[in-house]
Design a protein around this ligand. Structure first.
Ligand SMILES: [Zn+2]
Length: 69
């Protein structure tokens, strides 16, 4: 089982959990977070950025109703 990253859409704010091995990550000097360059939001097609590892959120605390999915 590969580790997944939480990726949040810049346009609609939805989080996607994507295996690290599927991700191509870029950094931009004018943006604080790493940006996913090869996968886009499945809902709106927007660009996503990396929030952190799944279950390990350095930037904010939240609760997951679907934690056991
Ligand atoms: Zn979106």
């Amino acid at each position: 089982m590969s580790e997944r990253m939480e990726c949040m859409c810049l346009d609609c704010g939805i989080s996607h959990y994507i295996p690290v091995t599927d991700l191509t990550i870029e950094t931009h000097p004018d943006f604080d977070y790493p940006v996913v360059s090869n996968i886009f939001c499945t809902k709106c097609g927007g660009m996503m950025f990396i929030v952190g590892k799944e279950g390990d959120q350095p930037f904010y605390v939240t609760e997951y109703p679907d934690k056991n999915r």
